[in-house]
Design a protein around this ligand. Sequence first.
Ligand code: COA
Length: 231
Amino acid sequence: MWTRLREDVRVVFERDPAAKNWLEVLLCYPGLHALWIHRVSHWLYRRRRYTLARLISHLGRFLTGIEIHPGARVGSRVFIDHGMGVVIGETAEIGDDCTLYQGVTLGGTGKERGKRHPTLEPEVIVGVGAKVLGPITVGRNSRVGGGAVVVRDVPPNCTVVGIPGRVVVRDGRRVDPLAHGDLPDPVQEALRSMQRTIDRLEARLQELEDRARAARETQEQADVRQAAAGS
Ligand SMILES: CC(C)(COP(=O)(O)OP(=O)(O)OC[C@H]1O[C@@H](n2cnc3c(N)ncnc32)[C@H](O)[C@@H]1OP(=O)(O)O)[C@@H](O)C(=O)NCCC(=O)NCCS
């Protein structure tokens, strides 16, 4: 646990040039506090203590201005800078080493059920005020510009800006929307989309297996307690 906490603090120094010393970081970085509170609420959520998990997440929101649903999956070395107004939905997934700025929403479009929030692959940066909506995937090492509204998948190593979000940089090259070589390959996009669906289904299956295991363990503990009370 201490290793993880130290890593969280180190990440702040790496990504925020304004961070001066350990004490300041420990006391004055709401993004850090929100992630720590989220770990507790997520732990409870996975054990189906939904109301307590939600209550703790609500207290976290009150203290930090950052709302992370207890069900959201957040990777390692994630950094939320400033944080005020960040909203992260129940089925959102944030990969390792991602950075979010203030006012970011990882939300649903209101049209889906089940997995309805975005997935950020590792090393994604989401700029101030950007909205990433729906069960879409932002590919590894991509950047979402401040103020963008992204409603479609973003391939890896891209910069996406504007409303609706459009890719302006891909693999370090400016994208000319009219250049033939930059037109999207529909077959590749379809394969990527299928792969992402498979990944999502696998993650969902894993989650259901985890829940079933937790339920079995709870039941077993209850049986043991009942047997002990009876003897
Ligand atoms: C998108 C961003 C990450 C830059 O990525 P990049 O890959 O280096 O992209 P570039 O700066 O080369 O810009 C590419 C194009 O997108 C435009 N662009 C960049 N950011 C934009 C934004 N947020 N909204 C609209 N257009 C934007 C640029 O003007 C440029 O357009 P051009 O080709 O017509 O000149 C950066 O502009 C950004 O928005 N960062 C967010 C940082 C943040 O939230 N900081 C908060 C600190 S408190």
